[in-house]
Design a protein around this ligand. Structure first.
Ligand code: NDP
Ligand code: MG
Length: 389
């Protein structure tokens, strides 16, 4: 009889990003628990090669196929398989040889490989929230069908997930997502209109990739997380609430039907939810800095200012409307953030772009997967046309 592998074999899709590199830190610290099976990057061939040489996966994928030869040559002394291109990502997600996918690609691009892994029956550690924002109903239905666990990596959802352990029979009254408020908490439109990219990229509590940092500054991130929470925890839109908590110590809360509220807390460090998702259902000892309440005595809470941070109201509108609206919101937002990061539009123009696109694209109540892809394409084209991209 063959020995069963004892280490969990992890496929990291988006290994060169903020989540991907922190996941590799967790894996490096726990060589007895995890091994790396697949690594993928889009353009960062240098880092992908370095990671591959260190972790010796079975396969790597570089999304940008013009970089294939460079990666292939650099790994020629190893038996690591090298693939390139968008379809190779889906093909790798279809491999038998891994146990869990860490979905850490940013944006809509993460949807297809993640869905493929779900169809393949693989456990998912989900960082790529856009997957659920775009097609949450289809992805979750498939996960139930295939009995695939989707363990959230997003810190708020990890908090809620952790609060729900041991509560399977107890309905949720509501979940309360905490938001730091981002770098512009308390600011008004007359300030925001002049905000530039480098300032918006400076998050007070978290160090993250560029796209999510901008989403955090506009509060779109919290809106995307509301939609993510709705699907992950099978909630109605009115069961998802947001509260501003600038210290980011309480990562989120669940209120049960008896009014009792459970919270999960800790210092803001993404390595903890990443490690929790990779190791679930176990907890793994680590040496991350500990929260000391005496040094963090002030935990404060306030209403989000949705009149100033209108991206959050637009996301709530999309959440309530349902259908393809969250997909349209997400697509327009990806174009808007892309354009803002290249100094093509201003901070508040991002909201205008998302709003106009939501008004323009035809509403579909119950889209098929293909209709989600079509809505995404239509929304991107329309958003881009607004600024002659
Ligand atoms: P990064 O931008 O840091 O990394 C993104 C990763 O995806 C990189 O490996 C990148 O490759 C790859 N990638 C980018 N575009 C494509 C594409 N078109 N096709 C395939 N791969 C691509 O993002 P983050 O790590 O910050 O975020 C990843 C996901 O996790 C996002 O959905 C984000 O919302 C979510 N998340 C992130 C948190 C954080 O703290 N960073 C917290 C909670 C959620 P390359 O390096 O070559 O460009
Ligand atoms: Mg989050």
């Amino acid at each position: 009889m063959q020995d069963l592998p004892t280490k969990k074999r992890i496929a990291i899709f988006g290994s060169t990003g903020s989540i991907g590199t922190q996941a590799l830190d967790v894996i490096r610290a726990n060589p007895g628990l995890f091994e790396v099976e697949i690594l993928t990057a889009q353009t960062n061939d240098e880092l992908l090669i370095t990671q591959a040489m260190e972790f010796r996966p079975n396969a790597v994928v570089i999304g940008d196929d013009s970089r294939y030869q460079k990666v292939k040559d650099a790994l020629s002394s190893t038996d690591i398989k090298v693939f390139a291109g968008e379809t190779a990502l889906e093909e790798a997600a279809d491999f038998d040889t891994y146990d869990m996918m860490l979905a850490a690609i940013v944006g809509f691009a993460g949807l297809k490989p993640t869905l493929k892994a779900v169809e393949k029956g693989k456990a998912i550690a989900l960082a790529n929230k856009e997957t659920l924002v775009v097609a949450g109903d289809i992805v979750m239905q498939k996960a139930v069908e295939k009995r695939v666990p989707i363990i959230p990596v997003d810190s708020e959802h990890s908090a809620i997930f952790q609060c729900l352990v041991g509560e399977v029979r107890n309905p949720i009254e509501k979940v309360i997502l905490t938001a730091s408020g981002g770098p512009f908490l308390g600011k008004k439109p007359n300030f925001l209109v002049n905000v530039k990219r480098d300032h918006a990229l400076q998050h007070p509590n978290w160090s993250m990739g560029a796209k999510i940092s901008i989403d955090s500054a506009t509060l779109m991130n919290k809106g995307l997380e509301m939609i993510e929470a709705r699907w992950l925890f099978n909630l109605q839109p009115n069961q998802v609430e947001v509260v501003i908590h600038p210290q980011s110590i309480i990562h989120s809360m669940v209120q049960f039907e008896d009014g009792s509220i459970k919270a999960q807390m800790g210092l803001p460090d993404m390595k903890l939810p990443i490690q929790y998702a990779l190791a679930f259902p176990g907890r793994v000892k680590n040496d991350f800095p500990r929260l000391n309440f005496r040094k963090n005595p002030n935990l404060t809470f306030e209403e989000p200012d949705v009149k100033t941070f209108r991206n959050l109201s637009l996301a709530i509108e999309a959440l309530n409307t349902g259908g393809n609206m969250p997909c349209v919101l997400n697509a327009a937002n990806e174009i808007a953030v892309w354009a803002f990061l290249r100094n093509r539009i201003g901070f508040l123009d991002m909201t205008a772009m998302v709003e106009k696109t939501m008004q323009h694209v035809a509403f579909i109540q119950k889209p098929t997967l293909q209709e989600y892809f079509d809505s995404d394409g239509e929304a991107r084209n329309f958003a881009a046309s607004l600024i002659n991209l």
